[in-house]
Design a protein around this ligand. Structure first.
Ligand SMILES: Nc1ncnc2c1ncn2[C@@H]1O[C@H](COP(=O)(O)OP(=O)(O)OP(=O)(O)O)[C@@H](O)[C@H]1O
Ligand SMILES: Nc1nc2c(ncn2[C@@H]2O[C@H](COP(=O)(O)O)[C@@H](O)[C@H]2O)c(=O)[nH]1
Length: 196
């Protein structure tokens, strides 16, 4: 049997990717595995090294990129982010649905690989609501918030291009967005459960 297809979750910072993903993983224990990315940004309160991200320095990450350790990497809001080959292999080896949370640059780079994931974009209902969610989250300085909003405008345009995403979910009502996400993944979830 071929393994379950990975899932690429993308969309503007603050759209609700982590919120939806954490619920999906909690409600489907032993079905999903998170591909832990590397980043040069500082940890937020509550974030754990090796669980939320591998927090690293730019120098170490650039060395890893030159060695070919990453399947993709991107500069986002003044920091480097990347998906290592090891992060994905760890999850695939367990026959779980591998979830990658990456920005739109990552989506484009993953399309050049043989990963064959399901591409899902999580979009906010509007820029105004996105800005409010990001401000209320209280994780950003004014400067990084503005960079994230600039990146969000680009993301919202690109996500409308035909063929980039298999599905675009508007995360207005959390319950409805979650149901939509779960429905798209039913076949892959069943594949994992049947194999257990
Ligand atoms: N449907 C929703 N309605 C209201 N608030 C929401 C909704 N979905 C998420 N949020 C809130 O919006 C904020 C941003 O959500 P979250 O951190 O999940 O976004 P994200 O897309 O993972 O962002 P990033 O890419 O920066 O990690 C959080 O405080 C979350 O609780
Ligand atoms: N191209 C990649 N993008 C990534 C990766 N890991 C996270 N991200 C994206 O970065 C922004 C900001 O994340 P935050 O945790 O600092 O809020 C967000 O859009 C993520 O999807 C990665 O490995 N590659």
């Amino acid at each position: 049997m071929s393994g379950p297809r990975p899932l690429v979750l993308s969309g503007p910072s603050g759209a609700g990717k982590s919120t939806l993903m954490k619920r999906l993983m909690k409600e489907h224990e032993g079905v999903f595995g998170f591909s832990v990315s590397h980043t040069t940004r500082s940890p937020r309160p509550g974030e754990e090294n090796g669980k939320d991200y591998h927090f690293t320095t730019r120098e170490a990450m650039e060395e890893g990129i030159s060695r070919g350790d990453f399947i993709e990497n991107a500069e986002f809001s003044g920091n480097l982010y990347g998906t290592s080959k090891a992060a994905i292999e760890d999850v695939l080896a367990k026959n779980l649905i591998c979830i990658l949370d990456v920005d739109i640059q990552g989506v484009k780079r993953i399309k050049d690989t043989d990963l064959n994931p399901i591409y899902i974009s999580i979009q906010p209902p509007s820029m105004e609501i996105l800005e409010k969610r990001l401000r209320d989250r209280q994780t950003e300085t004014e400067e990084s918030l503005q960079k994230r909003l600039d990146a969000a405008r680009i993301d919202m345009e690109l996500s409308k291009e035909p063929g980039v995403f298999d599905i675009v979910i508007i995360n207005d009502d959390l319950e409805r967005a979650y149901e939509e996400l779960k429905d798209v993944l039913t076949e892959e979830i069943n594949k994992v459960r049947e194999a257990q």
